[in-house]
Design a protein around this ligand. Structure first.
Ligand SMILES: *Cc1c(COP(=O)(O)O)cnc(C)c1O
Length: 395
């Protein structure tokens, strides 16, 4: 049988994935596992999901042929413009899907964790849209670093709760969110923001994000008379924008998948988030995956200039794509990413999110043939990162 890169019935991708959760959450886990596919298949769900993607998010997002970038790198480079979505990134595709699912499960309250605040904002947005109560857990340090996103969440009606334990960042916020969920498992749905967590979250989030490659297929057909590119490139924090961009091409071997991680100040600098290079098998947030950890299993704090990429693991599907060799994993340092981001501004008039700039940095690491069709998933816009760009380039 041909190898599958999709999840199996038990929630695994090869040796990765599964569901390792506290017993108090078994009923939630089982309900989700037993119902997510049926709910997502319902015609009324599909209709509501796609209507919101169209009229609220602004989909389909354009597939833009980047002429000057193409000349520079000697290939036909297309940009999938997730940066043009409402709220400025791909994250909204997933939160729209999960809020509709939560309503159908009869849930009354939503919780979420957030690091830089992007997923918190995307969650607060859909809670306002659906009239649901929203609590976002955020590390105390992140709250002080990300004031504009905290303000956005509050304006959208969410309660932002500080996680004051441990390193006071994303993993502590996640622990707080799980604690809150355990305290009220019947009424609460937990909206996870990437292809991480216990089964079925990685598969469910990938399916919501798969609209990205679904659109790329027909958009390329129009522009290149074939549905597939030679390369598809995406940055990886937890891996949701990459999972969505890869989804419909996973089993098509002629499409080369390139995942780009953040190597911060360098893979060997001790300040990095390049999980595929530095990670070992372990369990984080309920699934077995690759994880940056010490000899005795303590999580190593990741670092990247980009807040959306400094996650100490990758989703289990990505761990498998890496281990099996189906995807090539590259990494870009802070400096490489910042230069690639500025280059996109000046060649194409598009200011990318710094996460996205890591994907763009991979263009300079490959040698393409002139006729190669390359799609870069432009996961988000750079407005949120202006302060970082200003400080870095002394603008
Ligand atoms: C959050 C974020 C990412 C990283 O998350 P993934 O789940 O890996 O996609 C990448 N780009 C942008 C713009 C983001 O906001």
């Amino acid at each position: 049988m041909k190898k599958s890169y999709h999840v199996d019935e038990k929630g695994y991708y090869g040796p990765f994935g599964g569901s390792f959760v506290p017993e108090m959450l078994y009923p939630n886990m089982e309900t989700l596992q037993n119902s997510y596919l049926d709910i997502m298949k319902e015609p009324s769900f599909q209709e509501e999901f796609h209507a919101l993607l169209k009229d609220y998010v602004g989909r389909p997002s354009p597939l833009y042929f980047a002429k000057r970038l193409s000349e520079k790198y000697g290939a036909k480079i297309y940009l999938k413009r997730e940066d043009l979505n409402h709220t400025g990134a791909h994250k909204i595709n997933n939160t729209i899907g999960q809020i509709l699912l939560a309503k159908r499960l009869g849930k009354k309250k939503i919780i979420a964790e957030t690091g830089a605040g992007q997923h918190g904002v995307a969650t607060a947005t859909v809670c306002a849209l659906a009239g649901m109560e929203c609590t976002v857990y955020m590390g105390e340090i992140d709250i002080s670093r990300q004031a504009p996103n905290v303000a956005r969440m509050k304006m959208l009606g969410a309660r932002v709760v500080a996680a004051t334990s441990g390193s006071k960042t994303l993993k502590d916020a996640t622990n707080e969110a799980i604690r809150a969920w355990i305290s009220d498992p019947v009424d609460i749905h937990y909206i996870i923001g990437s292809v991480v967590g216990f089964h079925p979250y990685p598969d469910m989030v990938a399916r919501f994000q798969s609209v990205i490659s679904e659109e790329i297929k027909w958009q390329l057909k129009e522009k290149e008379q074939r549905e597939y590119p030679d390369y598809i490139i995406a940055c990886v924090g937890g891996g949701s924008n990459a999972a969505g961009a890869f989804y419909h091409y996973l089993d098509q071997d002629e499409v080369k998948l390139i995942a780009v991680e953040a190597s911060g100040k360098g893979v060997d600098s001790g300040e990095s988030a390049a999980t595929s290079v530095l990670g070992k098998e372990g369990i984080i947030h309920g699934s077995r995956t690759l994880l940056m950890q010490t000899e005795d299993g303590q999580i190593i704090e990741p670092y990247s200039i980009s807040a959306g990429l400094d996650y100490p693991g990758v989703g289990p599907q990505h761990a498998y794509l890496f281990q099996s060799g189906r995807a090539e994993f590259l990494n870009a340092t802070d400096d490489e990413a910042m230069r690639a981001g500025l280059e996109l501004c000046q060649l194409e008039g598009i200011i990318p999110a710094i996460e996205t700039s890591h994907a763009l940095a991979a263009l300079g690491k490959k040698s393409f043939k002139k006729r190669d069709v390359v799609v870069v998933n432009l996961s988000g816009r750079g407005d949120k990162d202006l302060d970082t760009y200003i400080r870095y380039f002394d603008l």
